[in-house]
Design a protein around this ligand. Sequence first.
Ligand SMILES: [Zn+2]
Length: 216
Amino acid sequence: MSTFPSRLLEGYKTFMSGRYTAERDRYRQLAETGQEPHTLVIACCDSRTAPETVFDCGPGEMFVIRNVSNLVPPYEPDDNLHATSAALEFAVQALKIRQIVVLGHGRCGGIKAALDPNAAPLSPGDFIGHWVKLLKPAAQQIQDSQLMTSGERQIALERISIRNSISNLRSFPCVKILEDRGKMKLHGAWFDISTGELWVMDPQTGDFYRPDLPLA
Ligand SMILES: [Zn+2]
């Protein structure tokens, strides 16, 4: 008897009889010709904000990087282990993806941690604490504002972190050069888990607004 989680085996069974069967030709084609995803999405690990679900994308459509709070570190060519930078490099240089979306979301635990400098580490390594230090300058300014409620601070930093990630994307020469040539588009989006609302970032102002959806 398998010790593999039964919930996952049940889901796999449904997937094989449903989606895989319906899209068998597409899976075969993807296996033979390789993937050509149209979009790179950088999203949070949060289980409630899976980009393939939010954007209703099928196999092969989206190349997805997920990490705590959808952060992009700055370009640092050194010997450290840069998982996000490695995936970004592959998406842009090997897969030739020319459209990147940084997808943030409401009630993000990583953002909450960034706003609470006194939070106890979850383990001696404090990996989350180190990771969200990428947001430290912005988090500090927001913490100091007595005019905002904690809910407002949270949403503000969630959106600032999206702009911050886009700014750090531009520190990668492979992204910057293509964008300067008009061949790369960078987008920001924020998904509100509780209402399902999607907000997108105006590339000029950095403001977030609710986009008109295509007519059926
Ligand atoms: Zn999150």
